[in-house]
Design a protein around this ligand. Structure first.
Ligand SMILES: Cc1ncc(COP(=O)(O)O)c(C=O)c1O
Length: 405
């Protein structure tokens, strides 16, 4: 049995120890963090809906009417009218026949991949996919082929090698740590040619890309064509939980065989009420999505103006890749001294040697706040001699990995 204290010490020595920070206010553009007011530039509450008065009120109303919890799994006695109502809204929003709620995005990916790829089959996964996709592939019993980031040639080679065993290609829509977007049309074309399904995780694309924030699949004009779309309620939609959109038959199979769906308590009514209200706001105020896009561009430009490379980001997620874990943590702490909170992200969340600040904007950030954040981070980087202009350290993980390949 390994010693717990030794393992913690190992993490500390490697610069990989994590601690919980304390937020004592709602998730707005500014929060109280460990007792001090800071500008928050690392939240997934992209449209500010988690703290919207209509969303809060809808959560409270749902709790009043249906109670705080669902009491059981959907297949036992936890299936409430609210669940079906939200699923119908989500399917219509995404352009699919049916949708199914899951306890979280992590669980949705775990459950869905294991249903769609099994023993004797192959699953194809982008190397920068989110951990929940990686874990879903691991527990699926399918053989895994990890293709180089967004590299269609590599994927194509893997598909050819698989013969008829290919079952599923799976990708983030917007890559969660880099803010770049998967080549969805090309992936679908490969899937069709090789008799595979394509599954796209829109966790960071909903509310950010596509008409009315319908996501990257909608932006590519492929709603209803991509076989399976996963979305989350805990990010743009300001609540908690997740959903899978697909054909009615696939959803039926998930209801019958996806273990995280079957063996887990249904989402509680307040989270459903909140998500329904958030969807209505998104429908009624598409200007929020435009504002988010503008803010992403403002932050990217401001960071570039500080000489910081933001890689291939074209969304609200903007990475500043530092390299090693310790300087990334040091940069985060120094930025905090300037009252800017952008969490340092280290392995295993990102590949070795690509530790970074992972910044994200919200639609309700002001332009001057984002420019000020970039200035604080730029100055902190300068002081710590972290981002040597033109040095290897500034290379984004995408090009770093391509070079290594
Ligand atoms: C791409 C992606 N998929 C899934 C998840 C997991 O979603 P949830 O937080 O609802 O478990 C995340 C979370 O950050 C994510 O970035």
């Amino acid at each position: 049995m390994s010693d717990v204290a030794d393992r913690l010490e190992d993490l500390r020595r490697a610069g990989l120890y994590r601690r919980l920070r304390l937020i004592e206010s709602p998730q707005g553009p500014r929060v109280t963090l460990d007792g001090a007011e800071v500008l928050l530039v690392c939240s997934n509450n992209y449209l500010g809906l988690a703290d919207h008065p209509r969303v809060r009120q809808a959560a409270a109303d749902a709790a009043e009417r249906f109670g705080a919890g669902a009491g059981a799994s959907r297949l036992v006695s936890g299936n409430m009218s609210l669940h079906g109502k939200l699923e119908e809204r989500l399917a219509a929003f995404s352009g699919y026949e049916a949708a199914l709620l899951f306890g979280s995005g992590y669980l949705a990916n775990l459950g869905t991949i294991a249903v769609l790829a099994g023993r004797g089959e192959r699953v194809f996964s982008d190397e920068l996919n989110h951990a929940s996709i990686i874990d879903g592939c691991r527990i699926s019993h399918a053989e895994r082929f990890i293709y180089r980031h967004a590299d269609l040639e590599h994927l194509s080679w893997g598909l050819r090698k698989a013969g008829g065993e290919g079952a599923l290609i799976v990708t983030d829509a917007v890559f969660s740590m880099d803010g770049d977007v998967a080549p969805i049309a090309e992936l679908l074309d490969l899937a069709r040619r090789h008799g595979c399904r394509l599954m796209v995780d829109e966790a960071h694309a909903t509310g950010a890309l596509g008409p009315g924030g319908r996501g990257a699949v909608a932006e590519a004009g492929l709603s209803g064509e991509v076989d399976v779309v996963v979305g989350t309620l805990g990010k743009t939609l300001g609540s908690y939980g997740a959903y899978v959109c697909a054909s009615a038959k696939v959803v039926d199979l998930l209801i019958n065989t996806a273990r995280p769906f079957i063996f887990s308590t249904a989402l509680p009514p307040p989270t459903i009420g909140a998500a329904l209200a958030a969807l209505s706001l998104l429908d009624g105020q598409p200007g929020m999505v435009e504002q988010l896009r503008r803010n992403g561009a403002i932050l990217r430009d401001a960071l570039a103006g500080q000489g910081l490379d933001v890689g291939a980001s074209r969304t609200q997620i903007v990475p500043v890749v530092v390299g090693d874990a310790r300087p990334a943590t040091a940069l985060c702490e120094r930025a905090l001294e300037g009252h800017v909170f952008a969490q340092a992200i280290r392995p295993p969340t990102v590949p070795e040697g690509t530790s970074r600040l992972r910044l994200s904007v919200m639609a309700n950030h002001r332009a001057d706040e984002l420019c000020a954040a970039a200035a604080v981070i730029g100055q902190a980087a300068e002081e710590l001699d972290i981002v040597a202009r033109g040095s290897e350290q500034r290379i984004s993980p995408v090009s770093r990995l391509r070079r290594a390949a």
